[in-house]
Design a protein around this ligand. Structure first.
Ligand code: 9D3
Length: 259
């Protein structure tokens, strides 16, 4: 998969794409990230990318010409499996379902806004989608672009150690594919007692069925407490009919295996 990123701060991305999963995905050739400096598509002496808003008001707006020129030269033609995505505070909220959909594409061109916004003709006539990463105000689209690349990269087949790892965690696809659910349970590691705080007895008991029940219940309680907005997602602490995980070949985690 190819990510093209259009930005006025190309140097911003030296850090986030050179570590961890994203760096490894690039090294193995599963992911290609190309950073483009928007100012390369200006022709005036000052390499102007912004201007004052029509109708008045504070701040500056990204001009359409350099953005259109850049996109049309980076992608001379459009393909069905490639999307131009404008990152903006007004966009549709990025979530795990969107990350999965993006991971199924061949390429994404991310447009990072700055200043007080981007000329609306970019959103209306150039971008296929307008995406926000959350309801808070950032100073630009660069951090949002890094978030999108990270969330998508780890879903690409072969990027994580095994093909199931990305599905096998808290924001995982439910069977009907409609929603993501929060299933992560509280984790503990050694020591079994730290500053007098003990790890729940059941986890050191070795009773695997009881451990499964405890984890499911604890995950549900924590979700209700911290994410009441997610309690509608179909997650239930159903423990009576819970099936044993399928036996899997060694070295491959099964859907419910977190050992
Ligand atoms: C909502 C504030 N806008 C009112 C005039 C101005 C404005 C502030 C900050 C316009 C753009 C920005 C820069 N933010 C992004 O480009 C951005 C963003 C965000 O701020 N929050 C969540 N997701 C995103 S994606 C891109």
């Amino acid at each position: 998969m190819i990510f093209d990123v259009l930005t006025i701060f190309p140097e911003f991305f030296r850090g986030p794409f050179e570590h961890g999963v994203v760096a490894r995905a690039r090294e193995t050739g599963l992911l290609d990230i190309r950073i483009h400096d928007l100012r390369s598509w200006t022709s005036d002496r000052h390499r102007t990318v912004d201007d004052r808003p029509f109708g008045g008001g504070e701040g500056m707006v990204l001009k359409p010409e350099p953005v259109f020129s850049a996109v049309e030269s980076i992608w001379p033609e459009r393909a069905a499996d490639r999307k131009v995505v404008l990152l903006s505070p007004q966009g549709r909220l990025f979530d795990q379902a969107m990350a999965r959909r993006f991971a199924s594409l061949g390429g994404i061109l991310l447009l990072c806004g700055r200043y007080e916004g981007v000329d609306e003709r970019v959103a209306e006539r150039l971008a296929d989608e307008e995406v926000s990463i959350g309801d808070y105000v950032l100073s630009g689209g660069e951090l949002a672009a890094a978030v999108v690349v990270d969330a998508v990269a780890r879903l690409l087949p072969g990027v994580l150690g095994n093909e199931n790892s990305a599905l096998n965690e808290s924001f995982s696809a439910v069977d009907n594919g409609e929603e993501a659910s929060l299933l992560d349970w509280p984790q503990y590691t050694r020591p079994a007692e730290f500053r007098g705080w003990k790890v729940p007895e059941v986890l050191v008991s070795g009773h695997h069925e009881q451990i499964r029940r405890w984890r499911r219940q604890a995950a549900f309680e924590k979700m209700k407490r911290l994410r009441p907005d997610l309690s509608r997602t179909g997650l239930r602490p159903v423990i009576e009919n819970e099936k044993e995980p399928e036996p899997v070949p060694s070295g491959q985690a099964g859907r419910n295996s977190h050992e």
